[in-house]
Design a protein around this ligand. Sequence first.
Ligand code: 4AD
Ligand code: MG
Length: 477
Amino acid sequence: IKSYPIKELLSNVPILHEVVVNGWVKTFRSNRFIALNDGSTINNIQCVVDFEQFDEELLKQIATGAALKISGTLVESQGKGQNVEIQVKDIFVHGSADPETYPIQPKKHSLEFLREKAHLRVRTNTFAAVMRVRSALSFAVHQYFRDNGFYYVHTPIITGSDAEGAGEMFRVSTLDPKNPPVTEEGNVDYKEDFFGKETNLTVSGQLEAETYAMGLGKVYTFGPTFRAENSNTSRHLAEFWMIEPEVAFNDLDANMDLAEDFIKNVINYILDNCKEDLEFLEKRLLDEEKSKPQIERSEMALLEKLRFVSENNFKRVSYTEAIDILRNCKPNKKKKFKYSIDEWGADLQSEHERFLVEKHFKCPVILFDYPAKIKAFYMRLNEDGNTVRAMDILFPGIGEIVGGSQREERLDVLKEKIETLGIDEKELWWYLDLRKFGTAVHSGFGLGFERLVLFATGMGNIRDVIPFPRTPQNAEF
Ligand code: 4AD
Ligand code: MG
């Protein structure tokens, strides 16, 4: 007898077939109805037990969380809520779950509670749906790039460079922290370290991706990145996944086109392929919002929001135009932002970004041509000498989802920038080589994968869209 995923049993197997199914018990009602789930779909299969036919000791082991193998006949369901059910003939208990101690009971658990149970939370409908959507999105990422002639490049995780120049790095060292070798000046002697120099976990694969773009043309990385920033927000993780395409001969406009097309494409992919999970998540969100005051509720339901983004153009606005809007706007009744934005050159806070997206333009926004001073060293300087060819994409409910730029391809300009920032040229000799040998206009961007999953699932906290969140509070695993 064949064993089937529940997804297939519910849609694709003829009535009166003898079937086997493995899964975990969601509920066991009246000693008669087992709702079983195996992760293949949000829906459970109902297994109907004639308890008089089974040993009492065996039935006692069937509780929420237990893993079972069930054999029986697929029949049309008598009850409502499902078309088919299994008339159970045989039950094998792979492993029981003690109701006294198993934390995931059939009731609504708070997301905070479940965060403490990161190893078990995927057994809830919400987390299973989120993680299936996450998996589908990562598949869509690879498919998009493959369909568009990109090569997938694996950039190093352990690296000597600080791509963002922000100094928020996790150090990697084999030296004994209590007793490291020291130089004559008394500093830690990293020459003695495994790599013979100071190394850290990568904050971005961009610089290495650039080297490959300048040979393969169109490349992307999709890997884990690390930031030792102690920002306890619902949008930041210490370990997150980033998608970074890099394209030779693309200028900033082409870069914006790519980013917009890419995002729309992967959203369309889940709209086509994750309907059940998205509908479940939409309903979950609506239930949650019922307890909020009217003004805090979102104007669009989840699926509508996803369709809106995939069908409408993103608004492209220069930093300078955005500052003008922010200076003259009335964000709310008090007409004030927490941080007022009076000066050209200031970095936007998330309240400003969200105002532009959610209140002013009411659609995703691409901000470009930022002041050079607030952006990384590698961005291409504009003719005005003050702004760089940077772009950030801002999303409703999320804020910044993409950061990218056209890269500085001129050796002299890049060298000068590195020097004024006090970066050691010797550290970046290979990066400068790209500008010495066959340099060309090129551009790329980084999309924070978890921020995309947040948007796609309507979840509110980034800790709930990655299997094992790494934040200052969550380092259990
Ligand atoms: O804006 P960022 O820092 O840009 C870069 O790293 C560039 N080197 C990318 C490139 O051009 N190839 O980061 C890119 C994106 C952000 O827009 C955000 O979505 C995400 O990465 N991100 C984070 N996501 C979660 N937690 C954090 N701590 C994040 N920091 C950045
Ligand atoms: Mg950024």
